[in-house]
Design a protein around this ligand. Structure first.
Ligand code: SP5
Ligand code: ZN
Length: 365
């Protein structure tokens, strides 16, 4: 490249199809706000990684998605936009995205009675959505499906011998559960990646989630799976942060394979890195032989969506800690909303992972 910057050796998996997902805002406290999960995020990351080897995402079978999601969620997401448009909702009342308005929460139902299949498209939107912020437009399904393809392509690169691979996924995925979507996430890219690694590695695999928000979807998907260790460091939901209802330290999974490390708002490099180190040590102690990093960079001090205060150097150090595990490593993009810095922060993590992996292999010799 000749710009004097260290060159990335980690392959970057990419798909142009992410551009098909234009959320067009978020409905938050009843208002349509601009929204931060925009297509430019991925473009900025790609620009900051210029010079790295780009690998096109290759299409993956539906079975790989069905390993972590119910068929009913996939069927809904694949048809939601068409149904919405066919029902005339884009003309009357003039809503250009799928937005739920009624949710079949358990409190609606007497014992033994479950939700009926609603006849109206406007009501069907609330069957799988758990918030009003995660809008569906004309290309949302294609983009979300392609994001899983990207993550699984990165997993395959690592299974074929790359020490690490990065998937520039958009939309993100860690808030999507087996049968629910929300938090700007539709399909859980990191969970699908962990499932693929798990099927090929004869040992536990770990997901370490460093996004500023709790990885509730990944936690839920692997809650009762003793062979996928799920750890998350995030801003304390008890201090008023998304996902509000989950992400507390006492959620440990059926067999102790989930670990949450909530941090107080305002926490910076010291507290955050100590938590990352602790999760890495926990994954090592649990016998993990492959690693998925749910890589949100919204814990950055400059990020508009979280009150954590991590620096660029902090992200580099976190990468080093994770790389030092010396495991086959797939990094999957999650959040990060400051367009000016998102690309550089991702680059710092990837460079740190490379440094950590080099250190690990030197120690082994
Ligand atoms: C992947 C990821 O980082 N998802 C984060 C979802 C959390 N969004 C919470 C948004 C809460 C409301 N934000 C108010 C800003 C007004 N637009
Ligand atoms: Zn986040």
């Amino acid at each position: 490249m000749g710009d004097g910057r260290p060159r990335l050796s980690t392959p970057v998996v990419w798909t142009d199809l992410h551009r098909l997902h234009e959320p067009g805002g978020e409905v938050w406290v009843g208002l349509r706000t601009p929204g931060t999960e925009v297509p430019e995020r991925a473009e900025r990351i790609r620009a900051a990684l210029a010079g790295a080897r780009l690998v096109e995402a290759s299409p993956q079978p539906d079975e790989a998605v069905l390993a972590v999601h119910d068929a009913a969620l996939l069927d809904y997401l694949a048809s939601a936009w068409r149904e919405w448009e066919a029902a005339g909702l884009t003309r009357d009342p003039g809503q250009d995205r799928v937005v739920p308005y009624i949710f079949p929460v358990p409190s609606l139902f007497p014992a033994g009675v479950g939700p009926a299949q609603p006849a109206a498209a406007s009501a069907r939107a609330g069957r799988f959505a758990y918030d009003t912020m995660t809008l569906i437009g004309p290309g949302t399904w294609e983009a979300a499906r392609a994001a899983v393809d990207a993550a699984l392509t990165a997993a395959d690169l690592v299974l074929a011998g790359e020490r690490a691979a990065y998937a520039c996924c958009r939309p993100p995925g860690h808030h999507a559960t087996r049968s629910g979507f929300g938090g700007s996430c539709y399909l859980n890219n990191a969970a699908a990646t962990a499932a693929r690694l798990r099927a090929s590695v004869d040992a536990p695999v770990a997901v370490i989630d460093v996004d500023a928000h709790h990885g509730n979807g990944t936690q839920a998907i692997f809650w009762d799976d003793p062979l996928v260790l799920t750890g998350s460091v995030h801003v304390d939901p008890g201090a008023g942060w998304f996902p509000h209802f989950l992400g507390f330290a006492d959620e440990t999974g059926v067999s102790g394979t989930n670990r949450n490390l909530p941090l107080a708002p305002g926490s910076g490099d010291d507290e955050w890195l100590e938590a990352v180190r602790s999760l890495a040590g926990w994954a090592r102690a649990g016998g993990a032989e492959a690693l998925v990093v749910a890589l949100g960079v919204d814990a950055a001090a400059c990020d508009p969506e979280s009150p954590l205060a991590v620096s660029a150097a902090g992200f580099r150090s976190a990468g080093r800690e994770l790389g030092a595990l010396g495991l086959p490593t797939v990094l999957v993009q999650e959040g990060g909303y400051d367009l000016e810095t998102i690309g550089e922060l991702v680059r710092e993590v990837l460079l740190g992972v490379e440094e950590g992996l080099r250190g690990a292999s030197e120690r082994r010799q």
